[in-house]
Design a protein around this ligand. Sequence first.
Ligand code: NAP
Length: 352
Amino acid sequence: MGENQTTRQTVAVVGLGLIGASLALALKERYRIIGCSRSPKTEAYALSHGIVHEIRPLSDLRGVDCVVVCTPLQTVRATIEKVYAVVGESAIITDVGSVKGFLCGMSGRIVGGHPMAGTEHSGIKAAKKHLFENATYCVVPYRNSAPQDVEFVCSLAKSAGARPVRMSADTHDSLAADFSHMPHMSAYALAASAIGEDCSVAGSGFSDCTRIACSDPDFWTEVFRLNRANVLRSLNEFASELSAMRALLEKEDYDSLKTALAHAQKKRLALAAARSGEPECSLTVDVRDEVGSIGGVVDLLAGERIGISNLHIVNSREGESGALMLEFSTRSDTCAAKNVLAAAGYAVSQKV
Ligand code: NAP
């Protein structure tokens, strides 16, 4: 063990899947990382691929500075309880779960966390060091969270390359219901209602609206259960918008319908303008830190006549791989670029 490794702060990551292993990779230069997962095979993989410095059972986490619980949502509360039984008040406990209110009132130095990053894949083999680069990382203080513990979780998020944003659990869960949970429910409903025997006219618009209905039903049932009140509130608001539009159509009041559509269009355009680059239209590509690596990516896409609307280097460290963020003006260009780059052997991820 190198000297700097003995003096570094120690972070334990419990649950070495997509998010946990990605976080371990992103943090391991700055912190000493102890890994702990459910399957011995996953733990062996984490050690042999240098994802963690050390593996320890959950019962042996005493002495660490912080424990990050990255297990599936349905196990987060029980895992935090087990961790608390071991570390007590000696370590900060944080999590990465997609709902935050259900941890209110738990014992321990708990600070909630939710990195707004992911991919369509899961498990340790899908882990990426750059997954959190530039992503929003919600940091949620609870009533008994100490300011210095909240600060520590913010610094973890920054070390992973993310942008920490502090908010209450209520605010997080309400926003998450509107911008993530209700859209998933409505995508499932639309897929269920529209897809029948004849799908010959289902085009890219339909695919865009229902893409997230391909997500894991186990995970989403748990999200809806844990954030039930907010999701019901958001669904009611959505349903009342739909009912109002349906009523105008029934009455054949096309002027009012057009006004309602124009109002929604204006809101959506303002959102697009407020954001720098739609996440659906951006890709992160892992590249080696060597001469010509960026040119290789650009030339490959130019050869396929795929235009890049913006390009920036997300990270570049000497002698290591870095990441390029590419932005495109349309979703079809983004998909085409993703396919071309993946076929050429590049590791490509699309922020979701
Ligand atoms: P994942 O890839 O399925 O990883 C979860 C890992 O946890 C599994 O690989 C499993 O590892 C391990 N595990 C399961 N039960 C465990 C237990 N009782 N104790 C210890 N380890 C256990 O899932 P994920 O996508 O990383 O999601 C993990 C958390 O991140 C969830 O709370 C989710 O809400 C949150 N999150 C996910 C995303 C996303 O887009 N995926 C985004 C933000 C936040 P083994 O191989 O050892 O069984």
